[in-house]
Ligand binder design. Structure first.
Ligand code: FPP
Length: 244
């Protein structure tokens, strides 16, 4: 399918879309269902949004799937999320290969259970050469942690005498983040109406266009995503400069 099907202008598509997927619990509560059912339905939205992102030609899609804070949720919920993630990775591998999607993870992934980490590594290895789109999963991710990690890496280079403090630039800091090989997000979407960035890509979203929708993540599907991309194309991005 071509992006012209959606009346999007291919030249001004966002290269990188980042999403804070929120509202699975509320979706379930509204239906008197267990929270896990909300996460399960949310996985269907993940499939849909990955597919449509690839179809329209987004180059990087970053999904906030599990934050450093999420470890504090009840252990049953954490276990269910890990299982959903593992099943998703296993079931989507062939689809990723077919659509040339490269799976990447950002975050403190060594904290993930061994079985999940195994599958994650397998899928990352298998899809490494795919050039169509990067599906970037933020797992055990926290932006402050990422920035502290970058500061430590740079401090070590200074300590080893490989770097002068004056050589520390924005580019150098960016190159020490998990997202070092990706453009910054052009678009940040948050579902469920909350007006927060929740420790997500704090450095990288400096100039991102932000879209907050009241739609709960399990109800967020391709039509609304395309509408947001279309609204993005109507916005004037200034990067701190004055308007035309
Ligand atoms: C926020 O909803 C969502 C999460 C913490 C996890 C997102 C996970 C998925 C969409 C499913 C698994 C992921 C993949 C990549 C297969 P919430 O529980 O905070 O909702 P609430 O604020 O309404 O309680």
């Amino acid at each position: 399918m071509n992006s012209s099907n959606f009346s999007l202008t291919p030249e001004s598509l966002p290269k990188h879309v980042a999403i804070i997927m929120d509202g699975n619990g509320r979706w379930a509560k509204k239906r008197a269902l267990n929270r896990i059912r909300g996460h399960r339905e949310g996985t269907e939205s993940v499939r849909d949004i990955v597919q449509v992102s690839r179809e329209v030609g987004v180059k990087v899609l970053t999904l906030y799937a599990f934050s450093t804070e999420n470890w504090k949720r009840p252990s049953m919920e954490v276990a269910a999320l890990m299982k959903l993630l593992k099943n998703f990775l296993k079931s989507e591998l062939s689809e990723m290969m077919e659509n040339s999607i490269c799976l990447n993870a950002i975050g403190d992934i060594k904290k993930l259970p061994y079985d999940v980490l195994d599958v994650l590594s397998e899928v990352m290895d298998a899809t490494r050469q795919n050039q169509g789109m990067i599906l970037n999963l933020a797992l055990s991710y926290g932006s402050r942690h990422e920035l502290v990690r970058a500061a430590r890496r740079i401090a070590n280079q200074v300590k080893e005498g490989q770097l002068e403090p004056d050589e520390i630039t924005e580019e150098l800091l960016s190159s020490n983040l998990y997202t070092h090989n990706m453009p910054d997000p052009d678009v940040l979407i948050r579902t469920s109406g909350e007006m927060r960035v929740s420790n997500f890509l704090l450095w990288q979203i400096a100039y991102s266009e932000i879209f907050v929708t009241k739609t709960l993540w399990p109800d967020f599907r391709r039509e609304e995503f395309i509408q947001i991309l279309s609204d993005y194309q109507k916005r004037e991005r200034r990067f701190g400069l004055t308007g035309a």
